[in-house]
Structures are given as structure tokens and as C-alpha cells.
Ligand binder design. Structure first.
Ligand code: NAP
Ligand code: GCO
Length: 264
């Protein structure tokens, strides 16, 4: 049974993997046997990531690469192939959010979010798929969101990107499923990371942020997720245990999408 979930001998590339959700998923994949490759946007973050992996006993390979640049991504994939090997597993994790009411948001800000959260997963998947086809297998995991399904005030660009990422996931499955490539998404609920820190900030009087209280009430599990909650689902989608699971979005949300909300 254990072998079904083993990632022994696999090379996994986690974008934006120096901290947060990407770091936790990569560490979990390393514990399952995978060799970890990650990138981040500057050397400082990569060094921080390398030290964090080392502290966990993981010898990760870290590179500076902006995933919105197709040239940089193609160069990174070629370099990884030379220095580490062919990428078996891609996790499109790097992402940004801008919380701005739509009518106050500039088109430039909207484009920036779409660029990192939707164009970059296309660029990274496009870069790894040819070698996956040649090797005869591949796993792509796109980190989606509650906003792949739901809207909310101030996150128009993020919701548009994550909704698009859900459909890119299904399309990669449709186009390359016959090449033994499985492309699935993970839709995390509200997870305590730096990205969501502003939504959890304590108020001046020490009370919980109203959004924090809203999320607790909206989540049947009654808590925020932590990054470890995403590890089992990610290892499953990267392993042979999920070889006939394709084009699926696995929501890991403590039940948010199942719930109408607390009755009055
Ligand atoms: P995070 O703490 O902000 O980490 C995101 C990582 O991506 C950071 O290391 C970031 O670097 C990197 N990154 C951003 N732009 C990049 C680029 N152009 N090239 C390379 N790396 C880049 O976010 P997180 O909360 O761990 O989220 C990770 C993913 O999960 C994102 O796609 C996010 O949308 C998604 N997600 C998060 C939650 C949640 O509740 N936290 C829920 C659902 C989905 P910088 O520090 O330089 O920006
Ligand atoms: C927000 C949050 C969310 C989460 C996550 C939910 O402002 O609503 O940042 O978008 O980060 O993506 O799944």
C-alpha cells in the first residue's frame, strides 16, 4: 500500500517554493522520496528556502526564476534537466493576490495578477510537457483556490485567474491525458500563510479580525487550514495512486464549498 504513494526516484519542481504552501508541499514530497527543485523570484528568497529545506534534512535544488518570463522558465527547465534530471512532477504554486475593489483597480494591476497566477502556470506546464511526453508520464498539480468557484469583494483579478487555472487544468488533461500525463488542481481553503496574514491581523483591542471570524464561521471544520493539511492531497496527486484521476480539482477547504453558512 505504501508503495502506491511513493515518490522515490521522482523529480518534483515546485514554483515559488521557498516558504508557505509551496514549501510544505515540497517538504512532504521529499518525505515521500522525491528530489526537490524549487524556484523563487530572487536570490534572497532562494537562500532562505535552501536553509529551510536543509533544516528539515532535505537537499533541495533552488534557482532564481520569474515564472512569468517564458525565456527564463525555458532556460531553467533546460538547466534542471542537465543538473538534476527530467521533471516528473510540476506544482504550479507561485501566486500573488491584490485585494482592491474592482472599480479602483488599474488594468496594469489586473494584468499582473493574471500574469503570475494564470499565464505562468501555462508557461511552466508548456516547458515541462515535451520531456514528460518523451518519458511516458508526468504529473502537473495547479494550486487553485476557493476563488476558482466563488467570488468575493476585492479579488476580481485573483478569481478570474484561479477560475481560468481550473479550466487550464481540465484542458491540459484533455490535451495530454493520452500521453499518460495527469493534470489536477488543489483548491486550498483559507490557509494560514503570509498571503493571508492581513486577513488574520489582531485588532487594536486584541480581538480577532472580522474576516478571521467570518472564515471560522464559514468553515465547517471551525478553523483556518495549515500548510500541512495540503501535503497528503499533493502527494496523492503526484503519486501512482492517482494515475486515473485527471482534470479534477481537489478542494481541501475544511468543507467551505459544501456549506451554506451558519443559520441565524
Ligand atoms: P505566499 O505565501 O505569498 O507564497 C507564494 C510564493 O510564490 C512566494 O514565495 C512568492 O514570492 C512566489 N512568487 C510570486 N510571484 C512569483 C513569480 N513571478 N515567480 C516566482 N515566484 C513567485 O502564498 P501561499 O499562501 O503560500 O500561496 C501559494 C499558492 O497557493 C498561491 O498560488 C496562492 O494563490 C494559493 N492559495 C493560497 C491560499 C491561502 O489561503 N494561503 C489558498 C488558496 C490558494 P514573493 O514572496 O517574492 O512574492
Ligand atoms: C482572499 C484570500 C483567498 C485565499 C485563497 C482561498 O483574499 O479571499 O486571500 O483568495 O488566499 O485563495 O482559497
Amino acid at each position: 500500500m505504501e508503495n502506491m504513494f511513493s515518490l522515490q526516484g521522482k523529480i518534483a519542481w515546485i514554483t515559488g517554493g521557498s516558504y508557505g504552501i509551496g514549501f510544505a508541499i515540497a517538504s512532504g514530497m521529499a518525505r515521500a522520496g522525491a528530489t526537490i527543485v524549487f524556484n523563487d523570484i530572487n536570490q534572497e528568497l532562494v537562500d532562505k528556502g535552501l536553509a529551510a529545506y536543509q533544516a528539515e534534512g532535505i537537499q533541495a535544488h533552488g534557482y532564481v526564476c520569474d515564472v512569468t518570463s517564458e525565456d527564463a522558465v525555458q532556460a531553467l527547465v533546460a538547466r534542471v534537466q542537465q543538473e538534476v534530471g527530467v521533471i516528473d512532477i510540476l506544482v504550479n504554486n507561485a501566486g500573488i493576490i491584490k485585494r482592491i475593489p474592482m472599480i479602483e483597480m488599474s488594468a496594469a494591476d489586473f494584468r499582473k495578477v493574471i500574469d503570475v497566477d494564470l499565464n505562468a502556470p501555462f508557461i511552466c506546464a508548456k516547458a515541462v510537457i515535451p520531456a514528460m511526453i518523451e518519458k511516458g508520464h508526468g504529473k502537473i498539480i495547479n494550486i487553485c483556490s476557493m476563488m476558482s468557484e466563488l467570488g468575493r469583494e476585492t479579488v476580481s483579478a485573483y478569481a478570474a485567474a484561479k477560475g481560468g487555472l481550473k479550466m487550464l487544468t481540465r484542458n491540459i488533461c484533455s490535451e495530454y491525458g493520452d500521453k499518460n500525463i495527469q493534470c489536477n488542481g488543489i483548491g486550498p481553503g483559507y490557509i494560514a500563510t503570509p498571503q493571508t496574514a492581513p486577513l488574520r491581523e489582531r485588532q487594536a483591542d486584541g480581538s480577532r479580525h472580522p474576516f478571521d471570524q467570518f472564515i471560522i464561521a464559514k468553515t465547517p471544520a471551525g478553523r483556518w487550514g495549515n500548510t500541512e493539511d495540503l501535503v497528503g492531497p499533493a502527494v496523492f496527486l503526484a503519486s501512482e495512486a492517482s494515475n486515473f484521476v485527471n482534470g479534477h480539482i481537489l478542494y481541501v477547504d475544511g468543507g467551505i464549498l459544501a456549506y451554506i453558512g451558519k443559520q441565524p
